[in-house]
Design a protein around this ligand. Sequence first.
Ligand code: KG4
Ligand code: ZN
Length: 343
Amino acid sequence: MKILGIETSCDETAASIIEAKGDSIKVVSNVVSSQINIHRKYGGVVPEVAARDHIKNILPVIEQALAPLSPRKSDPGVKALAVTRGPGLIPALIVGLESAKALAYAWQKPLIGVNHMAGHIYSAWLEQKKLPQFPALILIVSGGHTELILMKGHYHFKKIGQTRDDAAGEAFDKVAKTLELGYPGGPSVATAATKITSSKTQIPKIVLPRPMMHDKNFDFSFSGLKTSVLYAVQKDKKWQQRLSEYCAEFQQAVIDVLIFKTLKAAEQYKVKSVILAGGVAANLELRKQLGNKIKTELPSVSFHLPHLKYTTDNAAMIAAAGYFYQQYEKKKNNITVDCNLTF
Ligand code: KG4
Ligand code: ZN
C-alpha cells in the first residue's frame, strides 16, 4: 500500500510516498526543502519564519512527491496520509497538519497523526535489507531529543532514559556557535573535527568532561559539557588555532557517553537489536564507533542505521511510522492518532 507522509515540525518542509508490503518499506519519492539558508543568519530556527516558509513550500513539495503517481486526479492512489503532529514548533506543525487534513478530506482517505520521534525510530525500516528484531533498543539523538527507548514490538515503546537538559544535537549547535562555526552546528563541528592532525595534539591536551557517564541510570546531560567548551575557549587566547582539537574532543565526549550508556542498556535489557536514529545519527564517527563497539562487545546484537538521507528530518520516516501505526496499533483501538505513546 502507498502512503503519503508530510513533515513540517521544524525547518524542513518534506513530503514522501512510501510503498509498504509487510514490514518492508520502499521509498517511492522523498522531497525535502530545507530552510537552513534562511535561518543561518539568525543562528538558529525562528518559528514564525519557519512557518511562513512552510506555507510557501508545502504545496510544491507535496506535488513533487506525488509526481510518480497521478497527482492531478481526485484520487492519486494513496491508501492513507500520515503527518507529524508533534513534538515540534507549533506554527510550523500547523502548516503540515492543515494541509494534510485538507488533502485527506478531498481524497476521502484516513489521516494518521504521527509522533515525530516515532518517525525517527521508523527511519531504520526504510529501504533496509535487514530489519531490527525485538526487543530493540533505540538511541534517538536529534536537535530536540536525546532518548533511549526500549521497543518490545511495533508501537510498543518505553522510554528508559533521556537528557536532563540539552539534547546532543542542541549541544553540537551551541558549541558551533561558541566556536563561530555557524548553523547548523552538527555537520560543521564534525567536519572541523576531521581536520585534526597529530602535530596539533600538543600540550596541554584539551580534556572535556563525560557528564553522567557512570551514573546508575540511562539519563544524559550535555549542558555542562557545552559550558566547559565555552570556559575553555574563554581562557585560551589561541583557541582558533586549536579549533579542530576542540571539535574533536567535544564530539568524542558526546560519543563516549552515548556509547557507554547504550551498551549498558542493551546488555541490561537483553535486546536483540540496537538502532541509532535522529539527526545526530548522521555523525560518521558516532555511526562507526557505536557499530564497532557493538560488534566487539555484544556480537549477538544486530546494529541498525538509517540511510544517511533519512537521519535528519524527512517525510518518508513519518509515512513509515503512520503505516506501522495503522498495521499494529489501530487493531487495538479505533483512533487514528498515535497519542498513546509513552514518550
Ligand atoms: O532530527 P533532526 O533533523 O531534527 C530534530 O528533530 O531535531 O536533527 C537535527 C540535529 C541538529 O542539531 C544538527 O546539528 C544535528 O542534528 N546533526 C549532526 C550532524 N548532522 C546533523 N550532529 C552531529 N553530527 C552531524 N554530522
Ligand atoms: Zn527530527
